[in-house]
Design a protein around this ligand. Structure first.
Ligand code: ADP
Ligand code: MG
Length: 312
């Protein structure tokens, strides 16, 4: 069974239960609308040793930061501000106290940077391997929330940064080269928190998500939920230095925001983004009335068997 097949079965199993006002499974965060036009959002991510990280290929401090960063990225992807987190960790005997404290230092550093207090969690022993689970909570105006289902035909598709550095870094790590700049990018993702909040404040932005599994796979979620198709111009995908086009399109863990915006406002949006953040917002294609993702090279369809990223 695939990961997404399992999630689909979970959705069906729980559909008859009361929703208590929550928007259900399927977006970067679960949403709970509050009185007064506000909403809370919730997300959780699991990192397991050997699947999401290799202990010898990362420092404990970096892993602490990354565990938090990937969750803050999911809150940012909803267009609102992360306000707190919870951390659960299972430690095997061979993880030293020193390791655990350094992990927490890394987690604390990023918590301070984004103003997100750690408000709870759980700690336990593991028979084998380290397992880390972080939950992040966000808060903002209900009207600022960006969902995967809201892309509209004609929308311009943007990515808010260059792609492929993390995937290229992963390849170097797997080849035993840990001390390269790209490997460091893979271990130290930078969640686009300020950018996500900024997009939330812009009604011309329709759908948004963060890129964790790679453009080729993640854009598919927006298309499926929005009942739309997309054309992506291969020559417009911003490829990070040291990466190649395929890695930029299919590599995972870039944690850049992927969004769709009203075409008539898209030039202004990109100009304002550059003014605010000093970096480009890259238009890479458009939402169509069709179905699925079409790759175009200089305007001509190209059949590519490109899929998303798989873990270690
Ligand atoms: P992301 O990559 O943004 O973290 P995922 O692809 O992991 O999102 O998950 C897709 C959706 O499925 C999310 O809404 C998530 O909350 C939900 N989901 C994933 N696993 C489970 C699970 N075991 N039980 C309930 N919901 C799940
Ligand atoms: Mg996400």
């Amino acid at each position: 069974m695939t990961e997404f097949g399992f999630i689909e079965q979970i959705c069906q199993l729980f559909a008859p239960l009361p929703d208590q006002g929550f928007e259900g499974i399927g977006d970067d965060c679960a949403v709970l609308p509050l009185a007064g036009g506000e909403a809370l959002v919730f997300t959780t991510d699991l990192l397991t040793e050997g699947v999401h990280f290799l202990r010898h290929a990362t420092t404990a401090r970096e892993l602490g930061g990354k565990s938090l960063a990937v969750n803050l990225s999911d809150v940012a992807a909803m267009g609102v501000k992360p306000v707190a987190t919870m951390l659960s960790i299972a430690l095997p005997r061979d993880a030293t106290q020193q390791w655990a404290l350094e992990f927490m230092e890394g987690y604390r550093e990023l918590s301070e940077c984004f103003g997100t207090p750690l408000v709870g969690g759980d700690t336990t022993r593991s028979e084998s391997g380290i397992t880390i689970n972080v939950t992040a909570i966000g808060r903002g105006a209900l009207s600022h929330l960006k969902r995967r289902r809201d892309a509209r035909p004609g929308d311009t598709i943007f990515v808010a940064g260059e792609l492929g550095a993390s995937g290229a870094g992963l390849r170097e790590i797997l080849a035993g080269r840990f001390d390269t700049p790209l490997a460091a990018v893979h271990r130290n993702p930078k969640p686009q928190v300020a950018e996500g909040i900024w997009f939330g404040e812009h009604p011309e932005v329709h759908a948004m998500m963060d890129l964790s599994d790679g453009l080729a796979s993640d854009l598919g979620h927006i298309l499926e939920l929005s009942h739309a198709g997309a054309e992506i111009d291969l020559e417009h995908i911003p490829v990070a230095a040291g990466a190649d086009l395929k890695t930029a399109a299919c590599g995972g863990e870039d944690y850049k925001l992927l969004l769709t915006a009203d075409a008539a406002s898209s030039e202004r949006l990109a100009a304002e983004f550059r003014e605010r953040f000093g970096t480009p917002l890259y238009p890479i294609g458009r939402i169509t009335r069709g179905e699925g993702l079409t790759w175009l090279r200089n305007g001509r369809p190209e059949v590519l068997d490109w899929r998303g990223f798989e873990h270690y």
